[in-house]
Write a new protein. Structure first.
Length: 130
């Protein structure tokens, strides 16, 4: 099950953070079709957000065809994202983890590392290219 982390200082709407974190879990293989998302009540208890915010996020995920609400049972994953190469434990994930450790030993902080990753992403995947 996914555990949502809400950053109230990020400037990103809370419901979008839930949507983005769910999509990330789908891309990494942490959530798979058939898995149940936490109930709105569970998310509220863990994050102290408004229940309507959680429901809005879940409706957005449902609109995108990624999850489906089953009355009385909960919200379940319908589709996965990504090609599997990004899954936690994959060779690519291991290589990236090793690179991150080298970056940290070289003195790069989180923001420096993120900026370097973003620059590499922008170079390899120009705007509008998936």
């Amino acid at each position: 099950m996914v555990a949502f982390r809400i950053d109230r200082r990020s400037g990103v709407a809370t419901y979008l953070q839930i949507v983005q974190q769910t999509k990330q879990a789908l891309r990494l293989g942490l959530l798979e079709p058939g898995d149940r998302l936490p109930t709105a009540r569970e998310v509220v208890e863990a994050t102290a957000v408004n229940p309507n915010t959680v429901l809005k996020a879940y409706r957005e995920l449902e609109r995108e065809g990624l999850v489906e609400a089953r009355r009385g049972l909960g919200t379940f994953v319908r589709a996965s994202l990504g090609g599997g190469g990004a899954a936690v434990g994959s060779p690519l994930a291991a290589e990236l983890g090793a690179w991150m450790r080298r970056a940290r030993r070289a003195g790069l902080g989180r923001e420096d590392t993120e900026a370097l990753c973003r620059a590499a992403l922008d170079q390899e995947f120009p705007e509008g290219e998936e």
